[in-house]
Design a protein. Structure first.
Length: 194
């Protein structure tokens, strides 16, 4: 894990100067929503790992070698905000990251997020997915979300320790944390330059 855990005030300050931001966490935790909001607020080019890296039209998974090449090219850009966890690509992304925002709410929050997203986009493709990938919901996917903290988080913590121990991390535990960050950023922006 990173040696530099931030509170909301520190995270807001870091965002003001960050050129490359990584938003990670469980599906349904609010990664894409927050990343897109921050993309607009800080004019950071938005990269969706789902849409731009992993999936091609029709729920066809991109070959791993090709996906890694896309990630390697993306991280060399001077500015970006990237939403997606993919622990296997963290060794490529963390060394180029100025700030990690780890969406880490309780699992029922993420479950609610994916179910409500499915209801909202059922039969349609959401904007952060590749074309012709209509929203879907399976028991396997729900099980993945239910077990995410146990199965995925230890690997994420290890990758943060191995490849991003100097990268500051802001852990978001709830929607209230997200709102606090957004409210703080909005109030800073309306107050003008520091």
């Amino acid at each position: 894990m990173s040696d530099r855990l931030l509170n909301v005030v520190q995270a807001a300050a870091a965002l003001r100067t960050a050129d490359r931001v990584l938003v990670i966490g469980c599906s349904g935790s609010g990664k894409s929503t927050l990343a897109q909001t921050l993309s607009v607020l800080f004019t950071l080019p938005y990269v969706s790992m789902d849409r731009d890296v992993f999936w091609m039209p029709g729920w066809t998974q991109r070959p791993r070698g090709e996906a890694l090449e896309i990630v390697e090219r993306a991280v060399t850009r001077p500015r970006w905000i990237m939403d997606g966890t993919s622990p296997g690509t963290l060794p490529l992304r963390l060394p180029r990251t100025d700030l990690v925002i780890w969406m880490r709410p309780r699992r029922h929050v993420s479950l609610y997020g994916v179910v409500s997203r499915w209801l909202r986009f059922r039969g349609r493709t959401r904007p952060e997915m590749a074309k012709n990938c209509p929203e879907r919901l399976t028991l396997e996917f729900l099980s993945y979300i239910w077990n995410f903290e146990k199965t995925e988080s230890p690997e994420i913590e290890q990758k943060l320790a191995d490849y991003g121990s100097e990268v500051p991390v802001f852990v978001v535990r709830s929607h209230a944390d997200t709102r606090s960050l957004q409210d703080f950023l909005t109030s800073q922006k309306s107050a003008g330059p520091a």
